[in-house]
Design a protein around this ligand. Structure first.
Ligand code: ADP
Ligand code: MG
Length: 265
C-alpha cells in the first residue's frame, strides 16, 4: 500500500486541502529527556508545505532544524502535536508503514554524505533498492540512470575517496533519487562543500524541484536558504512568524503559508 502520494505530477489522494499539502505539521513540540535534564527542541511548531514546493528551513545552530527534519522524515516522533504526510496522520502508522515511507517515498541527503567508502558510486546508489527487494539487473540499471541524472554517469565505478566533496554529495543525491521519491529532505547538504560545489548541488535541487518534486532544504546559511522559493525561519525551537521582508529582490515569507506563485489577487 502506498501511504504517500503518487509520483511527481500526479494528484495525491487523501490530502483534502486546496493546495494539496504534502507536509502538515500542527502544534508539534519535541522534548528530549536525558535523566533529569530536558531540552525543549521544538515548541508549538506548525508548518505546512505544499506539493511541489521548494522550501528552506533556516535558523542558527541548535534551533531545532534537525529535530524538525527527523520528524518530517518519520525518523522520530513528536512529543505532542500532529503530523500529516500527504493527508495521512503519521501518528497512526505502524512500523511497516513508517519504514515504507522512509525507504521509498522520501529521499534523504545529509551533510556528511554517508557513503560507504568500500563501494563504488553505483553500488552506493543501488543500496536503497537492495532494501526494497529490487532485482540485481534492475538495481544496476536504475543506479546508473540516477548517476546520469546528477551528471556523474562517467564516475559510476569510482569509490567515494576518488571523488571530490561535491561529487560525493551528488552521489548521495543520486542515492536519494533512486527510489523515485516525491519528497527530498536535505539536512545541511552544503555544509561540507566549497562555494562551487554548493552552487552545483543547489542547482541540482532546482532541477529536481522543476521536475515536480517537493524539496525541503535545511540550512543555517541564509545565502543557501535563498535558493528556495520560501524560507521558514526557526529559532529556539519556535517558528519565527515575523512580518514578510524583502531581501535581494526576493520575497522572503516566514511562517506556515506557502509563498504565492503569482501576484496576489
Ligand atoms: P539544529 O539542527 O538546528 O542545530 P537540533 O535539532 O539538532 O538543532 O537540536 C535542537 C536542540 O535539541 C539542541 O539544544 C540540541 O542540543 C538538542 N538535542 C538534539 N538532539 C538531542 C538528543 N537526541 N538528546 C538531547 N538533546 C538533543
Ligand atoms: Mg542540525
Amino acid at each position: 500500500m502506498s501511504v504517500v502520494e503518487a509520483p511527481p505530477g500526479q494528484p495525491s489522494e487523501g490530502a483534502g486541502v486546496a493546495r494539496r499539502s504534502v507536509i502538515d505539521i500542527a502544534e508539534v513540540s519535541k522534548t528530549y529527556r536525558t535523566g533529569s535534564l530536558s531540552v525543549d527542541a521544538l515548541v508549538d511548531v506548525s508548518v505546512t508545505i505544499g506539493q511541489g514546493e521548494f522550501v528552506a528551513i533556516s535558523g542558527p545552530s541548535g534551533s531545532g532544524k534537525s529535530t524538525l527534519m527527523h520528524i518530517i522524515g518519520c525518523l522520530d516522533t513528536p512529543t505532542t502535536g500532529r503530523y500529516r504526510l500527504a493527508g495521512q496522520d503519521v501518528g497512526t502508522m505502524d512500523e511497516d508503514q513508517l519504514a515504507e515511507v522512509r525507504n521509498r517515498r522520501i529521499g534523504f541527503v545529509f551533510q556528511q554524505f554517508n557513503l560507504l567508502a568500500s563501494l563504488s558510486a553505483w553500488r552506493n546508489v543501488e543500496l536503497p533498492l537492495v532494501y526494497s527487494g529490487v532485482d540485481r539487473a534492475e538495481r544496476r540499471r536504475r543506479a546508473h540512470l540516477a548517476l546520469e541524472r546528477v551528471g556523474l554517469g562517467d564516475r559510476a565505478d569510482h569509490r567515494p575517496g576518488e571523488l571530490s566533496g561535491g561529487q560525493q554529495q551528488r552521489v548521495a543525491v543520486a542515492r536519494a533519487l533512486v527510489t523515485e521519491p516525491n519528497l527530498i529532505l536535505a539536512d545541511e547538504p552544503t555544509g561540507n562543500l566549497d562555494s562551487t560545489s554548493t552552487a552545483d548541488v543547489l542547482g541540482l535541487f532546482d532541477e529536481l524541484h522543476a521536475s515536480g518534486r517537493t524539496i525541503v532544504l535545511i540550512t543555517h546559511e541564509l545565502d543557501v536558504a535563498e535558493a528556495a522559493g520560501r524560507i521558514i525561519r526557526i529559532s529556539d525551537g519556535r517558528i519565527d512568524h515575523g512580518t514578510p521582508v524583502a531581501q535581494g529582490g526576493r520575497s522572503v515569507l516566514q511562517g506556515t503559508e506557502p509563498a504565492p506563485k503569482g501576484p496576489r489577487p
